[in-house]
Design a protein around this ligand. Structure first.
Ligand code: ZN
Length: 242
């Protein structure tokens, strides 16, 4: 059993009775927990080793999956294995699903935690100055054109607006003029469907690490993702929590 499957606690995906529709098609949602477990991606962790990003990302995907399916998304875990599946493999895997199942409107959501650059951190690796959430859309590129690019941008903006607004997770990040962050990260750039990457706070900030490891923190971050998805696709959020 993989770490991701353990996090799911035996949950078996249920049939989707009332699918969320986008552009006349049921929405398929590919959830990508960034990186691998500590044995595969040891550098991606809090300075005190209390939080490993790949493990936290997988746990978050495991939390999001049942809620997404309950809402009516055909949500899939793109990276169920423990290893740090290469980012190009992740993108290729997503593009194959899209090609194999063209009857669905596919979207890609990559879940991560941020880290301050080394030079901003103290001798122990901590940096209290960098805090808050963000969401990235791809820049213009060969793979990401037209509506897939536009949809990525508006989805990223929805996540940023809600994260900074209703969920009060802005931290001290200054918002780019366009209202979201842009970067050609492989998984959001080389996937052909609309794709965004979220950074749920900073694993170099001790206060945010404590929050991310708490039940309240995990619940807040998963609620932020679910609420943003509901808002973007016009689904009542109360449906999930009610
Ligand atoms: Zn990451």
């Amino acid at each position: 059993m993989t770490f991701y499957e353990k996090c799911l606690g035996g949950y078996v995906p249920q049939d989707i009775t009332l699918p969320v529709i986008y552009d006349g098609k049921p929405v398929g949602l590919l959830l990508d927990g960034g990186h691998g477990l500590r044995d595969f991606t040891s550098g991606k962790c809090a300075p005190d080793g209390s939080l490993y990003e790949g493990e936290w990302n997988r746990e978050m995907v495991a939390r999001l999956l049942p809620d997404c399916r309950a809402i009516g998304f055909d949500a899939r875990c793109l990276v169920p294995e423990d290893e740090d599946t290469h980012i190009s493999t992740r993108a290729a895997r997503a593009n194959k699903i899209m090609a194999d199942e063209p009857d669905k409107a596919w979207f890609y959501l990559s879940v991560h935690i941020n880290a301050a650059p080394k030079e901003s951190c103290d001798k122990n690796g901590w940096c209290k100055k960098a805090s808050g959430v963000c969401a990235y859309a791809p820049k213009n590129g060969t793979y990401k054109l037209g509506s897939a690019l536009d949809d990525s941008r508006s989805m990223a903006k929805t996540f940023v607006d809600l994260g900074r607004g209703g969920f009060d997770l802005a931290g001290n990040r200054s918002l780019p003029k366009v209202g979201y962050w842009e970067a050609n990260y492989t998984v959001i750039y080389k996937t052909k469907m609309p794709a965004i990457l979220t950074e749920s706070l900073f694993m170099t900030n001790p206060d945010e690490v404590e929050f991310l490891l708490s039940e309240k923190g995990k619940e807040t971050i998963s609620s932020w993702h679910i609420a943003a998805l509901c808002k973007y696709f016009g689904v009542p959020y109360a449906h999930v929590i009610g």
